[in-house]
Design a protein around this ligand. Structure first.
Ligand code: CA
Length: 424
């Protein structure tokens, strides 16, 4: 019997705990290595990682429009070359191979020994060879909060904000996979508004709670992607921590926007959760007033209900949750972001990363940055050990998680973590 890969009734022959982010309905993609071997494309189910190169070599992934060599490649880009149709077929094939009543993989001892690994023995790498990185600014509450702090509460949103998804071009070279430590960056900042600029380690190191999407090959230069076409160009989503140095940012950003306050590092979760896996968790997009221009209009539920949280773990390993937000709080959808990005003919390539911008909800405990949570440092947070934080300290580990739940199915992203090391 054919069951779609999202069916809540699906079960696997691999045991999956009820609170796992990785049931058979998820099947995200990543790059994993073990025993010093080169990384290969992998998926995850429960606490097991599945080596796709072994399944491909056994001929189990033939006929999907994806070359066997793509399953031996050092990044997922080759596997993504067939676009959403091929990746959808691959996820469906994996779902069938992992179903409880399919013996082809389940009862093949050699295959099981070669292809299944305990997740804690696998090193995960950046899933894709990232081309370009764009960061949007699509949470209305975040833009409003920042506007209140740095300008005027009566005029917090700049005039363009409700008319277009504001964004900037970031730096792909410094995007790192979860677990990679981040050195406190150094730069110029002003210790007081009227003071002369100084140079040194940032005194206002912050997180930004974001979700990023990764694209398939999008459009050729000069062409554009419509809102109706946009989701076919999206491979999947990851959690994204866009580390920010607020004092460096505040001094440098006029008039061209973020630069060294942002480009010293951004952390990405290792598992790419496909847009297909997230389909059951769609939710209504917000009413946009004033109405947007025709090229930004779309219909249907273009948002996704993904619960997000961030916490600070101290060197003793204990963690304090500092914020709970949701991907659905964005004002601009991914489809609108991609349509806007390409409307002038800018081409999007396989492996580009587009981040949402900090995602803040409308309650103070749902703000997605320390800047907002502590209101520019005026309301410090208290951690489990009684210490206070206005911004991040050396030795802190920032942890972000995200998951969806519906009809008894929980699909998650795992974690993105990064430890703050002293400035070099
Ligand atoms: Ca950002």
């Amino acid at each position: 019997m054919h069951l779609p890969a999202n069916d809540p009734a699906l079960r696997s022959w691999i045991p999956v705990a009820t609170d796992s982010d990785f049931p058979i309905q998820n099947l995200p993609f990543g790059m994993g290595s073990w025993n010093g071997e080169p990384p290969v494309p992998v998926t995850r189910i429960g606490d097991r990682v599945v080596d796709l190169s072994v399944l491909a070599e056994a001929g189990l992934l033939d006929g999907l429009g994806i070359a066997r060599e793509a399953f031996m490649a050092p990044q997922l880009n080759d596997l993504m070359a067939g676009g959403r149709t091929a990746v959808r077929a691959l996820r469906q094939r994996l779902s069938e191979l992992l179903r409880h009543d399919n013996p082809s993989f389940r009862d093949n001892n050699t295959l099981r020994e070669d292809a299944l690994l305990p997740a804690d023995q696998v090193t995960l790498h950046l899933p894709v060879r990232i081309g370009d990185y764009t960061d949007f600014y699509s949470s209305r509450q975040h833009a409003y909060n920042v506007g209140c702090m740095f300008r005027d509460p009566n005029n917090a949103l700049l005039p363009n904000w409700l008319h277009l998804p504001v964004g900037y071009h970031g730096r792909a070279s410094s995007i790192v996979v979860s677990g990679t430590p981040i050195h406190r960056p150094k730069g110029q900042y002003k210790p007081a508004p009227d003071a002369a600029p100084e140079f040194g380690p940032t005194r206002q190191l912050d997180m930004e709670l974001e979700v990023a999407f990764i694209t398939f090959e999008g459009n050729t230069l000069g062409q554009h992607i419509t809102t109706a076409e946009a989701e076919e160009k999206i491979f999947g989503l990851v959690l994204f921590n866009d580390w920010s140095a607020r004092d460096i940012q505040a001094w440098e950003y006029v008039p061209l926007g973020p630069f060294l306050g942002k480009n010293f590092g951004s952390s990405m979760s290792p598992w790419v959760v496909t847009l297909d896996a997230l389909e059951p968790f769609r939710t209504a997009s917000p009413v946009q007033d004033p109405p947007v221009l025709p090229y930004l209009q779309h219909s249907g539920d273009r948002h996704i209900d993904i619960a997000l949280e961030a916490g600070i773990a101290t060197p003793d390993g204990r963690e304090t949750t500092i914020c709970r937000s949701n991907f659905k709080h964005l004002y601009w959808s991914m489809a609108q972001q991609l349509a806007h990005h390409t409307v002038n003919g800018c081409n999007v390539r396989c492996g580009d990363v587009m981040a949402s911008g900090t995602i803040s909800g409308d309650t103070p405990d749902s703000y997605g940055s320390l800047l907002e949570l502590t209101w520019k440092g005026t309301k410090p947070l208290t951690l489990h050990d009684g210490t206070e934080r206005k911004f991040l300290q050396d030795g802190d580990t920032l942890v972000m998680r995200g998951h969806c739940v519906k009809d008894g199915v929980r699909i998650g992203f795992g974690e993105v973590t990064g430890k703050v090391l002293p400035a070099i």
